[in-house]
Design a protein. Structure first.
Length: 344
């Protein structure tokens, strides 16, 4: 860990010196020490693409310096991702199975990119980030609704998000901060190996393989530029009243103090996301108007009252966010507070 601390210190110095410029030379941070560090946590039976050997044999037979030489000379090329179906949240999903070299280099690139994007991500983005968890998203939501008085919400969920990420836009977003040709070429090739439209050459390449070490970070970068930054820089300045946002991965909530603001953004949101080939899960996406329920009724009506919609398009009282039912209750002192109950 001492090595990683020193590496990140050097990288932050580089980032600070190039605060308003794109960053080059990042691949120089990928060295033997970093790759040896990244070997930890990789399953010992992970195959090596060239010969089917495992991690154990790699330590003996395959030279990390040789892998670095291939990388720096542009001779390293990832192989096609093998997809495996697994059950996640009672649904079948395709998960990518990477060979050892790709998993190792992706972990190294993730270590390198994290400090770069921690400089630009907003605090309300609490998913796929070191030191941030679901509880942070709930705390952010509770704080704004309880103390900010926000009562009009857009509760949204993206449909098939990882499979929808557009590769051309992904590279465009990366180039806003990165100008390192080695890193960019690596990411571009990794994207190509996970292209869900590889058998449909007439369609745009898209999709990130779930299970890839780098996929969560890339998805976060994609949503930062398509959604988070758009909301902060273009939407909030146009609102009649104040607003907030909280996002955990591809689940997010926007809050408003004005019903007209909520309706305007709701109509615009679909068009904004469609521009980048993202689509909302309409079964899980809605506008919510919060009204006070006592804890007994709030808990019992979760998932029922929230299904009724008024003439203005708002569902009432309750909503669900990150496996928790949420409703507006009151403390013994009569103060309005957001309550949570774990979905059973």
């Amino acid at each position: 860990m001492k090595y990683i601390t020193e590496l990140l210190k050097k990288e932050r110095k580089l980032i600070k010196a190039n605060n308003h410029r794109t960053l080059s030379g990042l691949h120089n941070f990928i060295d033997e020490d970093l790759l040896n560090f990244c070997l930890t946590g990789i399953k010992r039976n992970t195959p090596v693409s060239t010969s089917g050997r495992s991690l154990k044999s790699m330590n003996k037979d395959i030279s990390i310096p040789y892998l670095l030489k291939e990388l720096n000379e542009g001779l390293y090329h990832p192989v096609a991702v093998k997809m495996k179906q697994v059950t996640v949240k009672n649904k079948l999903r395709d998960v990518g199975k990477l060979p050892l070299e790709d998993e190792l280099l992706q972990k190294a690139v993730k270590v390198i990119l994290e400090p770069v994007y921690e400089q630009v991500f907003f605090n309300f983005n609490t998913g796929y980030r070191r030191g941030k968890w679901q509880v942070d998203a709930h705390s952010w939501l509770r704080h704004h609704i309880t103390y900010g008085g926000y009562r009009y919400l857009i509760k949204a969920d993206l449909h098939d998000f990882f499979s929808s990420i557009d590769h051309e836009y992904m590279m465009e977003f990366l180039k806003k901060r990165i100008s390192d040709d080695v890193i960019l070429h690596l990411v571009e090739e990794w994207l190509a190996t996970g292209n869900v439209n590889r058998n449909k050459p007439e369609e745009r390449p898209q999709g990130l393989p779930t299970g890839s070490p780098l996929a969560p970070m890339l998805s976060n970068i994609y949503l930062h530029y398509t959604l988070d930054n758009w909301f902060v820089s273009q939407i909030q300045p146009l609102m009649l009243n104040t607003s907030f946002m909280v996002r955990f991965c591809d689940d997010f909530i926007m809050g408003f103090n004005n019903a007209n603001d909520a309706r305007r953004v709701y109509r615009t949101l679909f068009k904004r996301l469609a521009k980048y080939h993202l689509y909302l899960n309409q079964r899980k996406t809605c506008m919510v108007k919060l009204e006070v329920l006592d804890d007994k009724h709030g808990s019992s009506k979760c998932g029922s009252v929230g299904n009724s919609t008024d003439a203005d398009g708002f569902k009432h009282h309750t909503f669900e966010f990150l496996k928790h039912h949420c409703w507006l209750g009151k403390t013994k002192k009569g103060e309005e507070v957001l309550r949570f109950k774990l979905v059973e």
